[in-house]
Design a protein. Structure first.
Length: 196
């Protein structure tokens, strides 16, 4: 009987040692998130992917064309505003040439006209800035819609739960194994060429 209790003590000590060893090794291994099975008996697998926004912007033809359209419109509006400013500067130069020869009524009229010019210029500048914001928002909405549509089709085979866009200020670590940027750029450009 004494030997049985000795054997059981040795076995218990060995088991405790093995459990302690496993517990310590588990603490040192990098933690993997445990994903609970979804309600309703669905699969417990969890897949994510990401794409690099900068690479997409540099390589997606639709994005490049949208930026070109925005730049063209921006240049046209800036030229319009610059022309308006040159006309005003010309008028101001005329007033300065008259300078001392202007009557008090002419000076007051010139001052009112100058204030109206400043208001018109400020209003036109604000209107142009709003126009540019609307154009940019509309172009980005079109690109986002195309991207979301493509990702929906792309994901039918791959079955990702989430696809994130990688933006350096938002995500601090990424494992390149989940990077779908090259696939995405290739597929989007092919998709865009077909739709064009």
């Amino acid at each position: 009987m004494k030997q049985l209790s000795l054997i059981l003590s040795i076995v218990a000590t060995c088991l405790a040692g093995v459990l302690l060893y496993l517990h310590i090794n588990e603490k040192q291994a990098p933690a993997r998130p445990v994903v609970a099975a979804p309600a309703g008996g669905g699969s417990a697998s969890f897949a994510i992917a990401y794409f690099d926004v900068d690479s997409l912007e540099n390589n997606f033809q639709l994005y490049k064309e949208a930026m070109s359209r925005i730049k063209t419109k921006e240049d046209a509006l800036a030229s319009d505003l610059s022309g308006m400013e040159k006309n005003y500067q010309k008028k101001i130069a005329e007033w300065q040439q008259k300078g001392n020869t202007m009557s008090q009524a002419e000076a007051e009229s010139a001052n009112r006209e100058y204030q109206e010019m400043q208001q018109r210029f400020a209003a036109r500048k604000q209107e142009m800035e709003q126009t540019m914001e609307n154009i940019k928002r509309d172009e980005m909405a079109k690109i986002r819609k195309k991207l979301e549509g493509f990702l929906k089709d792309y994901n039918k085979e791959r079955k990702y739960n989430y696809i994130f866009s990688y933006v350096p200020d938002f995500m601090f670590y990424r494992d390149t194994i989940y990077n779908i940027t090259p696939d995405l750029i290739k597929g989007l450009n092919e998709f865009y060429k077909e739709k064009k």
